[in-house]
Design a protein around this ligand. Structure first.
Ligand code: C6P
Length: 414
């Protein structure tokens, strides 16, 4: 949470809500209050309409046909790549690889970077607050290459202990992979500093941007990161589409992740020549509708203004933190100074699944569980948390309802 951020006083969330048809849903007689935005965001009408238009008027395979529809589909698919490139300020579309999502993008890098650059005894640095998607692919790679994972710990506020960071580097270090905003703690990590330190040892850095792409302006050239990954569905786009940004000089050297159509220039039984970037990493028919829907989502966010979104969401975070802190039985897990709009909490002796179920009866959607970050739960010696995560279509009134809902939960269990 950052109290110094400029507050977006003119942000009209009520008007924005009209763009999201699903927000009119009634849940057991109550208005839906959707606070599970870190799991997936809702889709504005422009994204839904764009996908419908694609299937009604443009559906065809890409890069394959000379016919009318195939040309349109290819053009729109490649336009989407251009939009992604501009959205994160990459230098070229060759550096934008479409994947199924963050998870597939990290698996791609772990496999391809691993096969290309990692040998026995090499080391990869990750942190204690990573999502399982930024742990398990590296474990698989380490098993395969006989390499080792080094873990940067965080403190009880959920802030990385940066004093420990430089101590992890040695001549065996080959890559740093770190989450930008933690999905279970909300911590915004100082990734610029993390990248700069790694680069001072000439070590590349992957940033897991699954929870930051929808809340903050991402400029990969300014950050200097070597890889940046995110999922379309968390940035108001469709599921099944995601992005791997990678610096061209690294992607060029890396072996392909999967083999198949479109990733080759020529195939014979004696020799196959791989395609140029980014197609070398896009084997098979891609998620064309997904990429086109993602383009719409990114344009929608750009029109509203990501800085406006960011400061309004920060206002919601400050309001919710102050409000929930008034409940004596409630403890917030993740109290870093810099946070995204995510609040994880526990309530005295009440299991998060019970909290989630009772809140659901009030129409309030929160996520309960370990949030695919079991090492974070282990750090706090808890099995799970309840998590409320906010979007720019949420309001302070909805947070008031959450506050009242939690009071009801406490009453039921008292
Ligand atoms: N976190 C959450 O509720 P995919 O599933 O590939 O779109 O994203 C994986 C992922 C990777 N990193 C971070 C930081 C994430 O938050 C997620 C997804 C969801 O928190 C589902 S577990």
């Amino acid at each position: 949470m950052n109290n110094s951020k400029k507050i977006a006083v003119n942000f009209n969330a009520q008007k924005i809500r009209e763009d999201f048809p699903i927000l009119n849903t009634r849940v057991r007689g109550k208005n839906l209050i959707y606070f599970d935005n870190a799991a997936t965001t809702q889709k504005p009408s422009c994204v839904i309409e764009r996908i419908k238009k694609y299937y009604e008027h443009e559906n065809s395979n890409v890069h394959r046909g000379v016919h009318y529809l195939s040309e349109i589909a290819t053009h729109e698919y490649e336009n989407s790549r251009e939009t992604v490139k501009n959205f994160i300020n990459a230098t070229s579309t060759e550096e934008i690889v479409f994947t199924r999502g963050t998870t597939e993008a990290i698996n791609l890098v772990a496999y391809s970077f691993g096969k290309t650059f990692i040998s026995e005894g090499d080391e990869i640095i990750i942190t204690e607050m990573e999502h399982h998607s930024n742990i398990v692919p590296w474990q698989l790679m380490c098993e395969d290459r006989k390499a080792k994972l080094k873990i940067l710990p965080f403190d009880d506020n959920g802030e990385l202990i940066l004093d420990e960071y430089e101590k992890l580097f040695n001549e065996k270090t080959k890559l740093v992979s770190v989450v930008h905003i933690s999905n279970s703690l909300g911590t915004i990590n100082p990734i610029k500093q993390i990248i700069d330190i790694a680069h001072s040892y000439a070590i590349p850095v992957l940033i897991d941007g699954a929870q930051s792409i929808m809340h903050s302006k991402i400029d990969v050239q300014d950050l200097g990161c070597d890889f940046f990954v995110f999922s379309g569905h968390k940035v108001y786009g469709p599921t099944g589409i995601g992005v791997l940004y990678g610096k061209k000089e690294l992607l060029d050297q890396m072996v392909p992740y999967q083999g198949g159509g479109d990733m080759i220039k020529s195939v014979t039984f004696s020799k196959t020549i791989y395609n140029d970037l980014p197609y070398k990493f896009e084997a098979g028919t891609p998620n064309i509708a997904g990429a086109i829907g993602l383009k719409s989502a990114l344009e929608y966010l750009t029109n509203i203004g990501i800085e406006q979104i960011s400061s309004y969401e920060n206002e919601l975070l400050i309001y919710a933190t102050e409000k929930l802190s008034q409940i004596p039985q409630l403890k917030i897990i993740g109290t870093a100074k810099e946070k995204g709009p995510i609040i994880s909490f526990i309530l005295d002796n009440i299991h998060p699944h019970d909290i989630g179920t009772i809140l659901d009866y009030e129409g309030i959607a929160v996520r309960t569980g370990h949030h695919c970050t079991q090492p974070v739960m282990e750090h706090f010696k808890i099995p799970a948390t309840t998590r409320a995560s906010f979007s720019f279509y949420n309001t302070k009134e909805e947070i008031d309802f959450l506050f009242e809902g939690i009071q009801k939960v406490i009453k039921v269990f008292s």
